[in-house]
Write a new protein. Structure first.
Length: 375
């Protein structure tokens, strides 16, 4: 809280507003929970528990022998509510894309469950799987390589209708694709053009239109703006924001940078070496991070306000991210953590509200996988 007599900056006021809003939401969610048994009054759209993907590491050319495994994702838990945006953030190689691929069934998990409206979709096959896949679509990172250069924009956006003809009979498809072009802010007359005739931002709009073609409920966006110029990033994020309201979409939005997901996310999960280190509402994560890794990431985010910048301590992490083929025992982050003690090597911290913050009505009481969590 800003103290009396102390200069109160605009950032302080914004922060106070966010915290008040957060406490109000939390109280409402707790009420809903008491009345309905779930935080939003509804079952989450997606419930991910213990999600794991280990890729086998093999040796030998003719006879392949497994000599270990790459633990790309190593027990990830999160929920996604209706109409919500969950940002997932972490450094390159921490397993974000592998989580995304498992959500849309491009990869099969080694273990764990992904429940969509209460049903585990990791065990589905055939017609049931096809029906679920229609509702969870992906937008890819690189609009330069994810669009087939030999197909027209109309064919690219309309391609999902080949697999799900029930959504758009052949005679309706051209009109539907033109409507989609219009919805994402492109001229419907461009339907016969090829991807190379568009800029990066326009290509990502084409990718988004394709993701929308089957009218999904969930969109998994894997670094959708990382390959774009900074000036275009905000336009694409605004478009996703608008589409969310228009089509009642829920997003899993993956990024490597905390500042990108801030504007769009209701909640944020921070990943490190295959696991979620900390997860909470945006006010909880940005204003009250309790995991040392989140604190280090946030200390590197540029702050426009010179006053706020002055009192800020930059945390420099030493060393590189260890190999997911041989992660450290206990806490995966301990080899780069300034707080690490023997307990961190012996005991894997669970992702839960840390004991010190349990029962307290503070934004610090959100799940954090650290034995020594503190604000
Ligand atoms: N098919 C595969 N076989 C073996 N290892 C893989 C495979 N796919 C990914 N990995 C490894 O799994 C780890 C996680 O990869 P992933 O692409 O999910 O990370 P990421 O956080 O999305 O990184 P980036 O932002 O660079 O895409 C990496 O070490 C990667 O090399």
């Amino acid at each position: 809280m800003p103290q009396q007599g102390k200069h109160v900056s605009k950032d302080d006021l914004k922060r106070e507003g966010r915290i008040a809003e957060h406490l109000l939401h939390k109280a409402q969610a707790e009420n809903d929970y008491a009345e309905n048994g779930s935080a939003s009054g509804h079952e989450p759209l997606l419930q991910v528990r213990g999600l794991t993907k280990h890729y086998p590491l093999t040796q030998g050319v003719l006879v392949k022998k497994q000599i270990g495994s790459v633990k790309a994702v190593d027990g990830v838990d999160f929920d996604l509510g209706q109409g919500e945006t969950l940002g997932i953030v972490g450094e390159s190689g921490c397993g974000k894309s592998t989580v995304a691929k498992m959500l849309v069934n491009l990869e099969r998990p080694t273990a764990g469950v992904i429940k969509y409206k209460g049903e585990d979709i990791t065990t589905l096959s055939g017609r049931a799987l096809k029906a679920v896949r229609r509702n969870i679509q992906m937008v890819f990172q690189d609009p330069y390589t994810s669009l087939n250069p030999r197909m027209t924009v109309g064919d690219i956006i309309g391609e999902p209708y080949e697999i799900h003809p029930e959504v758009a009979p052949k005679g309706d498809r051209r009109k539907k694709v033109q409507d989609l072009l219009d919805v994402v802010g492109l001229n419907p007359e461009y339907i016969n053009r090829y991807p190379h005739q568009f800029s990066g931002g326009q290509r990502q709009r084409i990718g988004i239109a394709r993701g929308l073609a089957l009218r999904p409920e969930v969109i998994v966006a894997d670094e959708p703006v990382s390959a774009l110029d900074v000036s275009v990033q905000a336009q694409v994020i605004n478009l996703l924001d608008r589409l969310q309201n228009e089509f009642d979409l829920s997003y899993v939005f993956i990024a490597h940078d905390l500042s990108i997901v801030r504007h769009i996310s209701d909640r944020v999960g921070v990943m490190y070496l295959g696991r979620i280190a900390e997860i909470g509402s945006d006010a909880e994560i940005y204003d009250y991070p309790t995991h040392p890794y989140t604190q280090a990431l946030l200390s590197a985010v540029p702050v426009p306000d010179p006053e706020a910048r002055e009192g800020r301590e930059r945390i420099l992490l030493s060393g590189d991210v260890p190999s997911p083929a041989n992660p450290p025992s206990g806490c995966h982050f301990r080899t780069r953590c300034w707080k690490a003690q023997q307990r961190c090597a012996d005991e894997e911290p669970v992702l839960a509200v840390p004991e010190v913050f349990r029962g307290g009505d503070t934004p610090a009481s959100h799940p954090s996988a650290c034995h020594f969590a503190e604000v």
